[in-house]
Design a protein around this ligand. Structure first.
Ligand code: ASP
Length: 584
């Protein structure tokens, strides 16, 4: 028996008990006549003591030779500590050791296994198994497990069936590139790894499964943006015989359950916002509504004067920064430079200070009088003491720029409290999105999303205006889930593919199986998927997902621990028919 107890459970109630513990040496303090060792396992830390008076000389010597991260087993008696540590659960006791066995030695770890470590990101990734011994990573993984468990409990109770779908499949378009796997047995042919189980879950509905879920890996070969992983986990769900309202209610229930179970937070009804309103009021389809600073459109009150910049703009739009009038000129200049960075891309920023006495002082006083500026304040909701920041230009660009500024200011002003949870449904997304570069429309969600009833006809005349039965769940400014009611008849699906630029043959070759299935009594259905990694990070009060993934990839998509991806040898290439025949 390696242990009778773990390193986190012994308290004063165990005094005088004989126990056996196993774990890692966190650190030791050697005073010559007395040695203390902190023994660590997943559950906590227990202090071991070896001293001249009560321990044999041999045993003290053994303890003195223990190195960091040695794996040991000890037997001893629980005794009361002389100097107690109120910060840890085992702080009242220590173990007077009578027997010590080294189960395995350790070479010196490349960084300290402490909550605050001296190891940088790269080295911790390379030795991820050591990083996992640290509380911040360990606790995040335990937290993730708790969330997954709560998801399974809730959905199972609601009658959902967990079904596994295959990983070696054909492309499912979710807007990214596929990772592909060469098939040895079918020379020159490839499987694609699923970007999501979308088509399979729809086929499960045709198969009558009715309520499906799966906690599942998805693979997307995207250009890496910060905090994106090429493989990630979704809570993937689908239901048959449902309308949008049913889906929103069920998954609002799931999210509410998680917030309560995991965070102890109770939220009554999640607000809903139309996509168009989200864009108009926040410049963003995933607004953080923990704070205000809603956009105020100022075209009407700015475009009648001689200020050319505003007169020529498609949109003039501002926000009120609470308490922003206290910013110095230098601080405002910094903000102006911030919006002019290439990542944001604004040409400049106009501002108006709202003085405590109700007067205004703007950077364009030459063009606008006090009455004009008071309208700016009124429309943006600025109060005395605030600062109105105004950007102008092309509607879509300027909204994105002001949205970035709003988030930056909120961060600076401490308005993004990770302990506050503000969920929001964004609904009625457009069906199609114009790709500015190619001039083509593509599906905003995916090609299986159904247009709103009665809007199919608009596809020909005004494709950009067609709205979909598509929705996102947003939490604290992050999209944590999204889905749609699906098309479930062959004709509509064929029309969709045509509008997305597929020829009939292409559509048949790629998605013939789905359109065939739709001919055999496909029920009306819909669903959504949550991004588990991000959801867990946000519930855990953090924005980076990496600590919540046991073995994440770095920003270049590499696993630096196992050194993947890696070349494969010639024989393997030949076997997979991948070897370039240079002669031909
Ligand atoms: N498959 C979709 C996605 O991965 C989710 C859904 O529509 O259910 O975003």
């Amino acid at each position: 028996m390696y242990r009778s107890h773990n390193c986190g459970e012994l308290t004063a109630a165990h005094i005088n008990t004989e126990v056996t513990l196993s774990g890692w040496v966190q650190k030791s303090r050697d005073k010559g006549f007395i040695v203390w060792v902190d023994l660590r396992d997943r559950y906590g830390i227990t202090q071991l003591v070896f001293d001249e008076e009560r321990t044999s000389k041999d045993l003290i010597e053994q303890a003195q030779n223990l190195g960091r991260e040695f794996v040991i087993q000890v037997t001893g008696t629980v005794i009361e500590r002389a100097s107690k540590n109120p910060n840890i659960p085992t702080g009242e006791i220590e173990i007077l050791v009578s027997k010590l066995d080294i189960l395995n030695k350790s070479i010196l770890p490349p960084f300290t296994i402490e909550d605050k470590t001296d190891g940088g990101e790269d080295i911790r990734m390379k030795y991820r198994y050591l990083d996992i011994r640290r509380n911040p990573v360990k606790d995040s993984l335990i937290f993730r497990s708790k969330v997954s468990q709560a998801v399974r409990n809730y959905l199972s109770t609601e009658g959902f069936i967990e079904v596994e779908t295959p990983y070696l499949i054909k492309s499912t378009p979710e807007g990214a590139r596929d990772f592909v796997v060469p098939s040895r047995m079918n020379a020159g042919e490839f499987y694609a790894l699923p970007q999501s189980p979308q088509t399979f879950k729809q086929l499960l509905m045709v198969g009558g499964m009715d309520k499906y879920f799966q906690i599942v890996k998805c693979f997307r070969d995207e250009d890496l943006r910060a905090d994106r992983q090429p493989e990630f986990t979704q809570i993937d769900c689908e239901m048959a015989f449902v309308e949008q309202e049913d889906i929103l209610n069920v998954f609002e229930g799931l999210t509410r359950h998680l917030l309560k179970e995991v965070n102890g937070v109770e939220i009554e009804k999640f607000p809903r916002m139309l996509y168009d309103d989200a864009m108009r009021l926040y410049g963003n389809d995933k607004p953080d509504i923990r704070f205000g600073m809603e956009f105020g459109e100022l075209n009407e009150v700015t475009q009648h004067k001689d200020f050319g910049v505003f007169n020529n703009a498609e949109l003039v739009v501002g926000i009120a920064v609470p308490g922003g009038n206290r910013f110095t000129r230098k601080e405002i200049d910094k903000l102006i430079n911030w919006v002019k960075r290439p990542q944001v891309g604004a040409l400049g920023m106009i501002y108006s200070r709202c003085n405590d006495d109700g007067s205004f002082k703007s950077s364009v006083d030459k063009f606008y009088d006090q009455e004009d500026l008071s309208k700016w304040a009124e429309i943006t909701g600025a109060k005395p003491g605030d600062l109105v920041c105004v950007l102008s230009g092309d509607k879509n660009k300027v909204r994105a720029q002001l949205s970035a500024l709003r988030m930056e200011l909120a961060e600076q002003l401490g308005l993004r409290d990770p302990k506050v949870f503000a969920p929001l449904w964004v609904i009625d997304f457009p069906l199609l999105e114009l790709d500015e570069e190619t001039g083509h429309y593509h599906a905003m969600h995916h090609p299986f999303t159904s247009p709103k009833p009665g809007q199919l006809e608009l596809l020909d005349s005004n494709p950009g205006e067609v709205k979909a039965n598509a929705y996102d769940l947003v939490l604290n400014g992050n999209e944590i889930g999204g889905g749609s009611i699906r098309i479930h008849d062959k004709e509509t699906q064929a029309i969709m593919f045509k509008h997305l630029g597929f020829s009939e043959e292409e559509a048949k070759a790629q998605f013939g199986f789905l359109m065939d299935a739709f001919q055999y009594g496909a029920p009306p259905h819909g669903g959504l998927a949550f991004g588990l990694d991000r959801l867990v990070a946000i519930l855990g009060g953090q924005e980076t997902i990496r600590d919540f993934i046991a073995f994440p990839k770095n920003n270049s998509g590499r696993d630096v621990m196992i050194d993947a991806p890696a070349p494969i040898d010639d024989d393997q290439l030949t076997e997979l028919s991948l070897k370039l025949n240079l002669k031909s």
